[in-house]
Write a protein that binds this ligand. Structure first.
Ligand SMILES: C[S@@+](CC[C@H](N)C(=O)[O-])C[C@H]1O[C@@H](n2cnc3c(N)ncnc32)[C@H](O)[C@@H]1O
Length: 239
C-alpha cells in the first residue's frame, strides 16, 4: 500500500467526540489490516469504518433514549467510541466480536464502565443480554460481513436480532454487498437504504425498523379494536 493511501485511510477514521487521536488511529489501522490478512472472510474489510460512514449510519439514533445498544463486530472500535461519546451516563453498550485480538484491543483501549465486550458470535446475543440482565436492545449496530458469513449463521444472527430488539427498535448495518437486505426484510421489518461513497471501500447502509408495539393488543392476547363511537365521541372496544 502506498504512503499516500495509508494517509488517506488514517484521515478517514474517527474516534470519540470526532477528535483525531493519531496514536489510536494508527494502532486501529494496523490491527485491522493484520487481522484482515489472518481472517479475510470473518473480518471482511482491511480498513476501519470512516468518520463519514460512522456519522451517517448512526444519524437516526435517538441518543437520549438509548438504554442498550448492541454492536455486532466492533473490530477496532471506531463505531463503539463514537456511540459511547453520544450515549447517556446510565446507558450500556454491548459489543460482540469473535476475534480475540479485537476483543482484547477494545478491553484495553476503551475503559468505560458502560461498555461490555463479549467474545461471542452475534447469533448468541439473546443469551448474552439475558446473562447480563438487560431486557431488550433499542439499537443493533452491525459491521458484520454478511456476504461472507455462513448462510445458516447469518440466519441465526437475524433471528437473535429480532428476539433482542425491542418493538420499534432499529437495526443499523453497513455492508460492501447487498446480501443483508433480504434478511433484514424477512427478520426485522421495513428497510431504508443509503450508500456512502467516501468510505474505503464505499458501502451500502441499511436501517431496518422492528414493528412498533401493537397498541390494539390486550394482555390476554385478544384484539382490541379502537372504534370511535360517532354519537358520543368515546373510544370503544370490540371483543
Ligand atoms: C468489517 S469488520 C468491522 C470493522 C469495525 N466496524 C471497525 O470499524 O473497525 C467485521 C467484524 O466482525 C467480526 N465478526 C465476524 N463474524 C462475527 C460474528 N459471527 N459475530 C461477531 N463478530 C463477528 C470480525 O471479527 C470483525 O471484527
Amino acid at each position: 500500500m502506498t504512503d499516500q493511501l495509508m494517509e488517506t485511510v488514517k484521515n478517514a477514521s474517527v474516534c470519540a467526540g470526532g477528535q483525531i487521536a493519531a496514536e489510536n488511529q494508527s494502532s486501529d489501522f494496523s490491527l485491522s489490516i493484520r487481522n484482515f490478512f489472518k481472517e479475510p472472510l470473518a473480518v471482511g474489510s482491511a480498513f476501519p469504518a470512516s468518520r463519514w460512514l460512522v456519522r451517517r449510519m448512526l444519524a437516526p439514533v435517538d441518543w437520549r433514549h438509548v438504554k442498550l445498544l448492541i454492536e455486532f463486530g466492533p473490530g477496532t472500535g471506531v463505531l463503539t467510541r463514537f456511540a459511547l461519546s453520544r450515549m447517556s451516563a446510565d446507558s450500556a453498550l454491548l459489543a460482540l466480536d469473535t476475534n480475540a485480538s479485537f476483543v482484547n484491543h477494545l478491553r484495553r483501549s476503551i475503559l468505560d464502565p458502560r461498555m461490555h465486550v463479549v467474545a461471542e458470535p452475534a447469533s448468541n446475543a439473546a443469551a448474552v443480554i439475558r446473562d447480563l440482565g438487560f431486557p431488550a436492545a433499542d439499537y443493533i449496530v452491525s459491521g458484520l460481513p454478511f456476504s461472507t458469513l455462513d448462510p445458516a449463521e447469518a440466519k441465526r444472527t437475524m433471528r437473535a436480532s429480532r428476539l433482542v430488539l425491542r418493538p420499534g427498535g432499529m437495526f443499523c448495518a453497513y455492508q460492501m454487498r447487498r446480501s443483508i437486505e433480504p434478511l433484514l426484510r424477512e427478520h426485522i421489518g421495513s428497510v431504508r437504504r443509503g450508500y456512502e461513497w467516501r468510505n474505503i471501500p464505499p458501502c451500502h447502509l441499511y436501517w431496518a425498523k422492528a414493528p412498533e408495539p401493537d397498541r390494539n393488543a390486550d394482555p390476554s392476547g385478544r384484539k382490541m379494536l379502537e372504534r370511535r363511537d360517532e354519537s358520543t365521541g368515546n373510544q370503544g372496544e370490540m371483543p
